[in-house]
Ligand binder design. Sequence first.
Ligand SMILES: Cc1ncc(COP(=O)(O)O)c(C=O)c1O
Length: 413
Amino acid sequence: MAVASFDFSSLLPAGLPPAAAKWTSAARYNFIGGNNDPAETPVEGLVAAATAVLRREGPALASYGVRTGPQGYRPLREFLAGKLNRDAGMTCSYDDILIVSGSLQALDLINGVLLTRGDTVIIEQESYQGSLNRLKRLGVNAVGIPLDDGGMRMDALADALAALKARSIRPKYIYTIPTVQNPTGTIMPIERRRELLKLATDYGVPIFEDDCYADLIWDGQRPPAIHALSENGNVIHIGSFSKSIAPALRVGFIVAPWQILARALALKSDGGTGALEQMVLAEFCAPQFVTHVSKLRRGLRSKLDALMAALNEQFGTTAEFDDPKGGIFLWVKLPNEVDTMKLNQAALAAGVAINPGPEWSTDAAYGRSRLRICFASPSLEEIRNGIAILADVCRKEFGVPARIANVAQRAGS
Ligand SMILES: Cc1ncc(COP(=O)(O)O)c(C=O)c1O
């Protein structure tokens, strides 16, 4: 490339997010992001599906989008409608579904349809960084509701709704990740889902249900989606193939009333979500989704066991966590003296990448000594070695844990 001497900086509009850092390499021990297990990518099945569907329908790639209209490839929407009905109790049809480029695009589209600067939304106090960052960038006030082991606490939600109403504020939505919450791993029980719907209905606030981890529950038993329990169509439901098949495919979906889909479609000006990805997914998923996902779940569960064992061995009782019922993350509490933003920097220098708690919470002080560990993508050996290095770094920086692998460490060693 020619020497870049032209200066664009005076042309940049105000309000852009901070510039991205240039990528150099991934950390040797990578516990960040929502990545999947590379060993479980169903490569052969995807190759066979791609070959079959390309032979049959390949010429259709000559047009933008897919032949079955702007809502997405119909066989994929039919697969989804059947699956959501079977697994999540939802009574949607393929026509209630819009295929999008990952559920991140679903977040952007729904935010684009509903939000403007100065609006208020309600969100779990610990939540997905991608959702929190979007709200911050949009200038939206995100009211965090604390969680317990059943997800968002309804007493705190009731209080927040009442307090906002007293100030004449009607939140634009209640955003929740009810089924294997990111990052806490909690699953909201059915009674609480009903309570949530009642509060939402009483206050005239829609629910924005982000359900991308629902296929990754160890025993395969999920509660009905909140969408399935709604009696008045006040739930926007989004999901993704990122966690069940592969995030690099960038295929997600929105299930919502046409009033919302029509607006989201009008904003979706990207020329269509990748048609080949949709076609391959439909071809692969119809016969193989269930078998693939049960195998994936078994692999993830054994990685979680390895992670919890490594944490117990290396951190002892200084690392507190619950055994999540599914997913790809462990949410860990370290003693109060540990600042995980600082731990992150020191760990990175030692080749270990973690997600520091303050980036996953509406309350940075609450997140200060917490961290999120993704166990799906590192190998079992990387989990063991990476956690040993993390404990060593943490002890050097904060004196915690005082003992590693049940061996007392000499001060200053
Ligand atoms: C809760 C939640 N929503 C949405 C996403 C975005 O997923 P994708 O765009 O890959 O579908 C993620 C990714 O980690 C997530 O954890």
